[in-house]
Design a protein around this ligand. Sequence first.
Ligand SMILES: *Cc1c(COP(=O)(O)O)cnc(C)c1O
Length: 490
Amino acid sequence: MSGDLDPVDWAAFRAFAHRALDESLDAVAGIRERPPWRPIPAAVRAAIGDDPLPRAPSDPAGVYATFLEQIAPYAVDNRHPRFFGWVHGAGTPLGIVSALLAAGMNANVGGRDHAAVEVERRVLRWWCEVFGFPATASGILTTGSSMANLIGVLVARRRALGAAVRTDGVRAGRELVGYTSFEAHASIARAFELAGLGRTALRALPFERSGDLCDVALRASIKADREAGREPFIVIATAGSASTGAIDDLAAAGTVAHDEGLWFHVDGAFGALVQLAPGLRHLIAGIEHADSLAFDLHKWLHVPYDTGAVLVRDGALHAATFADHAPYLARMTRGAAAGEPWFTDFGPELSRGFRALGVWFAMKTFGLERFGALIEEQCALAQALGRRIADTPNLELLAPVTLNIVAFRYVPRSHTSPGELDDRRCDELNAEIVVELQERGLAVPSTTRIDGKLAIRLNVMNHRTTQADLDATLAAVLTVAEDVLESSSA
Ligand SMILES: *Cc1c(COP(=O)(O)O)cnc(C)c1O
């Protein structure tokens, strides 16, 4: 066996590649003809799971046929207009092309002197401009906001503990503590864990309430920690919580952080993007004072997974957190190893793909005003849906609709047979409604808990979602609820 890995028959391979591209586009164009989710049949699951180690070669067209049969039909299909689960972007046909082109170049954007690095720098400077960060700010594209939040925490830790943290680690005797809101994403606690600070070093406070409460609670907590000999180092606010879309009082949290000499990090995974929407921007006022800001491009910019970003106001400190110089990564002033600083100086990874191309294509092709308009439309759809739910018998809105997330539950008040349900049975009923909606292929909501109550949660983020999709989903909730009640009372 020998030879390179290029096709022997280029013409045949080209035909196969064109077919794969065409069918990827067809899958999006025909998205409404398929359900947003369908269960994986046991035989298909076994065929994937029990597939033996492939020692011998096979024809790519045959492998592709297996993909079409076993993989493509069984998506949690966030491309679909009635997919409302979690916080997922929908992607675009343009993203298929940009992903293809990026794969074609197969660039390693960890460093060195090439155009892909310049594109990532350009894209990050565009976002600095959007968020009012200075020219001295730095940034890096990441897999998502989980990594972006971790990087923010690590830069803040480097600031608090100095260069010694890189050689000596987090030593006993220095107890760093940080503050975030009750609504904070799980990745914040994980970042504390990964940074060696431990989860208990993170205090949850009511940032999302009025600015006064945030101010008082935060200042009191910082004071108490200092008196106990601990070292407050970071305040982390959320712009758009994953559960309900709630937005912390960023201005108040940032002011306290800076008054007290602490780092101010904002997790703006999706909510930061309302900066693009003139009618909503006021909701995240204060975001421009962040020392570091995490946000995703695979959510409200619909860039292919996985693409997020972190911006850091103090670019020198950001580099001081990660940069080191292994001899085999020596920088030159000319040639392919020029172009310092490299992106590996701004994060934990060396090899990195050309994520920036998808962002660059999307920003240039659609323009930011288009994204802002879409975000405004989706939030308006969600608001209207929230009002309708509040007015619908048997439905109860469980959280205010701040942005694009609607959380509610079905409570059969007027239903005669089961009568008033207790909370536990009500939770079971609503969980069952969600699963039934998914299994019947009608819609994909997810669930959350609000004040202990299980909520049906709709994230209205997909650029393909229309009023008709929401009407159909609400009607489906009511029908499915009746069916579930009927079968449970039968
Ligand atoms: C999605 C999300 C995250 C995590 O981002 P990933 O891109 O999934 O890593 C963090 N915070 C919030 C508020 C989110 O919505």
